[in-house]
Design a protein around this ligand. Structure first.
Ligand SMILES: [Zn+2]
Length: 443
């Protein structure tokens, strides 16, 4: 992107601000390093959604990322779809990351091997996350939503946000309904709830900084109707079998678990919008929960895309709701910028969280996603500076709230403020680690 003069000055100062990645699926580094990575990994995660929309099917996608498949064949597929996705925000984030770490703005048959070889040198213990997350991005803490075997409560950088746990670790109510219908769950709804409450308490004691849930249609409920739905499912009746339809069991369990999360004093992160039949994830479904749980702090994700305008109103009307740009600029920088501009009109600046990468596989793309988030913020604030609505200094103050302060307050990560890598990584100044890190930089 070619910034205007005002944007360029803002971006220059914004790059010096500390950052919290307020939503990520990255595993801890040790786990990530056991997984395959090559240059096509840059096009594995959210770019795939644009490719799917263009016609790519699941089998082609898997072959494209299968290192056992001949490179020519993998590239034929990639090139065919790259041509039609290259103008998307998702593809832009890949190009930005390729440029930052490998000096290339697009992947070709000719540079694939050399980029992959250089990736191998970056994907080293003590080097990968430090180089990409800490040094390139200025990230002080990552709010990490990952399965238990990909998390470590002692990791100094990755702070764990487990699922609230309905139906199991993947938090899928539909799994719970299936388990009930197939007799895999014994006991009553109250026993199940007590088990889940105990799990939340244990995870919080271990160091969880929040829990995560998904938006779903709400239905007024109480213990009696929930017990009835529980019994119906056990008898094979499917009336409460899906979370996409407002049902009393999903709502009752969510209500009870939200009460427990509020008691534990941590926020509830909530996926909203984006996926598949996105009507299911309309953030407006959660309004009754915001009202019923005034002491629970909700962090609504992904700008509720495409319900960005409704989400702004939610943050304006409910003091216990924060709104989070995570992933949104990588879906559409334009939609994110327009929405953010509207939000600034009506949402206090302490309620907006400006960055969450939402990255899982292509670690370098955290930088690409962050760059798009910074550009989005800069475009909105520069426009206002241009019209005399705020000064450069005020714009940087707002940026700092959105990139660091608000997430630090909400997730109690204030202690990470201004901490350099040497404190984040107790051994970071030790000879081996710093030598490895600078060796990478010199390449
Ligand atoms: Zn996510």
């Amino acid at each position: 992107m070619k910034p205007t003069i005002i944007e360029a000055r803002l971006l220059d100062d914004m790059e010096r601000l500390p950052v919290i990645d307020a939503h990520s699926h990255l595993p801890i580094e040790r786990v990530r390093l056991t997984e395959h990575a090559d240059a096509l990994t840059f096009y594995r995660q959210y770019t795939r959604l644009v490719m799917f929309a263009a016609g790519l099917d699941e089998a082609e996608f898997l072959r494209m990322h299968d290192p056992e498949t001949p490179l020519d064949e993998r590239f034929d597929t990639f090139e065919r779809y790259y041509e039609v996705i290259r103008h998307s925000s998702a593809a832009r984030s890949a190009a930005i990351a390729l440029g930052r770490f490998y000096g290339e703005d697009r992947l070709t048959r000719d540079n694939f091997e050399s980029i992959t070889a250089r990736m191998r040198r970056l994907y080293q213990p003590g080097v990968l996350y430090r180089t990409v997350l800490v040094e390139a991005c200025g990230i002080r803490a990552v709010a990490q939503n990952a399965p238990p075997d990909e998390s470590d409560f002692d990791d100094p950088l990755m702070r764990v946000v487990p699922m609230i746990g309905l139906g199991g670790e993947w938090n899928d109510y539909n799994d719970l309904a299936q388990q009930l219908m197939t007799g895999q769950i014994a006991g009553e709804v109250d026993d199940y709830l007590e088990m889940l409450r105990g799990r939340l308490r244990r995870l919080r004691a271990a160091g969880a900084i929040a829990f995560k849930h998904f938006v779903h249609p709400y239905r007024e409920s109480d213990a009696r109707t929930a017990r009835h739905a529980w019994e119906s499912l056990r008898h094979g009746e499917r009336s409460a079998a899906r979370s996409s339809v407002a049902n009393p069991l999903a709502s009752y369990l969510s209500d009870e678990l939200m009460t427990e999360v509020a008691r534990l004093g941590v926020p509830l992160a909530v996926h909203s919008g984006v996926w598949g039949d996105f009507r299911e994830f309309d953030p407006q479904h959660f309004i009754p929960y915001f009202q019923r749980h005034p002491d629970l702090r909700f962090d609504l994700f992904h700008m509720g895309i495409p319900y960005v305008r409704a989400m702004g109103r939610i943050a304006a009307n409910f003091r216990n709701v924060w709104v989070n740009l995570c992933w949104a600029p990588t879906i559409s920088t334009t939609m994110a910028a327009h929405a953010l501009d509207e939000w600034l009109d009506m949402v206090p600046t302490n309620k907006i969280i400006g960055f969450g990468s939402d990255v899982r596989w292509p670690v370098e793309k955290v930088y690409g996603h962050l760059t798009l988030a910074r550009q989005t913020i800069a475009s909105v604030l520069a426009h206002r500076i241009d019209r005399g609505l705020l000064s450069h200094g005020e714009a940087i103050e707002v940026s700092r709230r959105w990139l660091f302060d608000n997430a630090a307050e909400l997730y109690a990560l204030r202690a990470t403020d201004e901490r350099g890598p040497s404190q984040q990584f107790p051994c970071a100044n030790g000879p081996s680690l710093s030598r490895q890190a600078s060796a990478w930089r010199d390449r």
